[in-house]
Design a protein around this ligand. Structure first.
Ligand code: ATP
Ligand code: MG
Ligand code: MG
Ligand code: MG
Length: 562
């Protein structure tokens, strides 16, 4: 490609609002442009990196027997209502109405749509397993879109969904997909770690994230320095399905003063404001109450809400409404969790409620120890919030270290979470109608571009690994007005292209300094300079990531590039 014919608007200055390296450089090197907050255009170079990331993902998906489809981004509200997520997903879900007032969501994820598709088509266990994927724009109205492509409001995701008749079959596919993910991130050259994403109700072995290690990562990983144990601290507390035992609850009722139960205290503990804590979604289904507490800045899409579809929802419940519904004071959050028939599903909140009630402090005292005699049976609950660096770890090997990570992938055993609500059943080998067993597998494709960008750069610009570099070679004739240089460059350009190299030729009439600065910024793996020595058939070659320089004869070029 001729540089004069493409569109690479490089910038000399670092844009003021770009905080992290990948964002700064993607803007400066002319790979992306921001349209509005969290929404980006990919320019030609950015698109080529994206395509290469997608190619690797597609190859590994096909190897894992996952087949590509393309699902609608615009999704009718009814599907999301069937699973209850229309209510529980919160403000992150972009909603809109058509001209007739019918409600829609812009796909934040596609479990509903794909379950709906298959429930009408697949009726027999003989057609399973089936594993489908797509690469498509997702829409999430993130509270804090930031760091460029790392947290967008419109972004590209590869999402796969697998369907099974048995849990053994899901286990098998899950393992295959886990390996595919390892292959993808290894091929991309990323320094990553697979971590347990959840050790609550769903069980750690069924839910993993892939974290690119980076100090700008928004997740904190606790890992063992001796074993392969690694878990996401935040996620370790998500999806906790925990019921306070009656005796403990009664005891608690006696010891906890009203003061210890105030919502403000809980809010303080969470480091958020009380309003977010009160943003408590309360479902009443039959005689059972389900309380979903959201910290407010964490979506609660994964919360399993029983009977959510026919539940009565009170969003942003006022203390009065809560009192009416459950017959106890709010302002004291404690009693909400106390009666036997009330179940608490919480992200960070459960730990907090219990701590709030029992009076644990932020120094990390475990509530088990705070109020002697009160054991809340928390075996299932990995209490990572209070883990400190240097602690022994959870699997008995080594000590805990912390690292920051960027979540680039997430695989999850969904079980029958969606198929039950959506009545998506197959006839099993005994002729009985049973819900599909499902898995889902996501990769943030555009986030991966930024993660690679974050890991591969130096003070002058990108140092793209060859597998994702927009071109293999930057061919730079120093003076396009010089006949020998121009003709040599054209000759080399043809030679390289006919030998399968992707080449960007800087045919602009610019000063050498400008060309070199841009070449370093863009960061193609190899730069070939055609300068004065072209007359003697000599080319100057620079390897971008090591800075090594060579003088090669024209005839040696192909051989040396191998
Ligand atoms: P996060 O914790 O960063 O908000 P998530 O857990 O909400 O991510 P998932 O629902 O697991 O995201 O989606 C699958 C993948 O999509 C994530 O692992 C991540 O790589 C990517 N992703 C999620 N949100 C965004 C976003 N706002 N911008 C870019 N990529 C995203
Ligand atoms: Mg999210
Ligand atoms: Mg996450
Ligand atoms: Mg996730």
């Amino acid at each position: 490609m001729k540089q004069s014919a493409t569109f690479i608007p490089t910038l000399r200055e670092t844009p003021a609002d770009a905080e992290v390296r990948s964002h700064q450089l993607l803007l400066r090197a002319g790979f992306i442009r921001q349209n509005t907050s969290g929404i980006y255009s990919f320019l030609p170079l950015g698109k080529r990196v994206l395509d290469k990331v997608e190619k690797i993902i597609r190859e590994e998906m096909e190897n894992a027997d996952s087949v590509e489809v393309f699902l609608p981004a615009m999704q009718q509200a009814e599907l999301w209502q069937e699973t209850g997520r229309w209510y529980s997903y919160g403000e992150e879900l972009m909603r809109l109405k058509d001209r007739n007032g019918r409600e829609f969501a812009l796909g934040a994820t596609h479990e509903e749509v794909i379950t709906d598709l298959l429930r009408d088509e697949i009726k027999s266990y003989k057609k399973l397993p089936l594993n489908l994927y797509q690469i498509q724009s997702k829409f999430r109205d993130e509270k804090r879109p930031r760091f460029g492509l790392l947290r967008g409001r419109e972004f590209l995701m590869k999402d796969a969904y697998s369907f099974h008749a048995t849990t053994e079959s899901l286990d098998e596919t899950y393992d295959v997909m886990m390996q595919a993910y390892k292959n993808i991130f290894s091929r991309l050259g990323l320094d990553f770690r697979m971590v347990i994403a959840d050790s609550g109700a769903i069980g750690g072995k069924d839910n993993h994230e892939f974290m690119v290690l980076s100090e700008i990562g928004e997740d904190t990983i606790a890992y063992s320095d001796k074993s392969s144990y690694a878990a996401n601290i935040e996620m370790a507390q998500v999806n906790v399905d925990y019921k306070i035992p009656t005796e403990a609850a009664e005891e608690l009722e006696k010891v906890a003063t009203p003061d210890q139960k105030t919502i403000t205290q809980v809010a303080e503990f969470l480091g958020t404001d009380a309003e977010h804590c009160i943003k408590t979604l309360i479902f009443k289904a039959d005689e059972e109450f389900i309380v979903v507490l959201s910290r407010g800045d964490h979506e609660i899409n994964d919360v399993k809400v029983k009977h959510a579809a026919d539940a009565k929802l009170v969003e942003m419940a006022t203390p009065e409404e809560v009192k009416q519904l459950i017959g106890c004071e709010i302002g004291s959050i404690g009693p909400v969790a106390l009666p036997e028939d009330i179940r608490v599903f919480a992200d960070n909140a459960l730990q907090t409620i219990v701590n709030g009630i029992a009076g644990a402090n932020e120094e990390g005292q475990h509530y088990k120890n705070v109020t002697p005699g009160h054991d809340f049976q928390v075996e299932k609950y990995a209490d990572l919030r209070f883990i400190k660096e240097g602690d022994p770890s959870p699997d008995g090997e080594g000590t805990i270290k912390f690292a920051e990570g960027i979540e680039v992938g997430h695989i999850f055993k969904l079980g029958t979470r969606y198929s039950e609500d959506m009545k998506a059943t197959i006839l099993n080998d005994q002729g009985r109608a049973v819900p599909y067993i499902m898995g889902c597998y996501g990769i943030g494709v555009s986030r991966v571009v930024a993660a690679v960008a974050e890991q591969f750069n130096d003070e002058n610009g990108f140092t793209w690994p060859q597998v994702v570099a927009p071109y293999d070679i930057h061919l730079v004739p120093i003076s396009v007005k010089d006949d020998v240089q121009r003709e040599t460059a054209e000759e080399i350009y043809k030679l390289l292209k006919s030998n399968g190299f992707e080449v960007l030729i800087d045919d602009r009439n610019e000063r050498a300094g400008v060309k070199f600065t841009d070449a370093d910024l863009i960061g193609l793996p190899v730069r070939i300079t055609v300068g004065k020595k072209a007359a003697e058939g000599i080319l100057e070659v620079k390897i971008r990531n090591t800075g090594e320089m060579f003088e090669w004869k024209k005839e040696e070029l192909l051989q040396n590039l191998q």
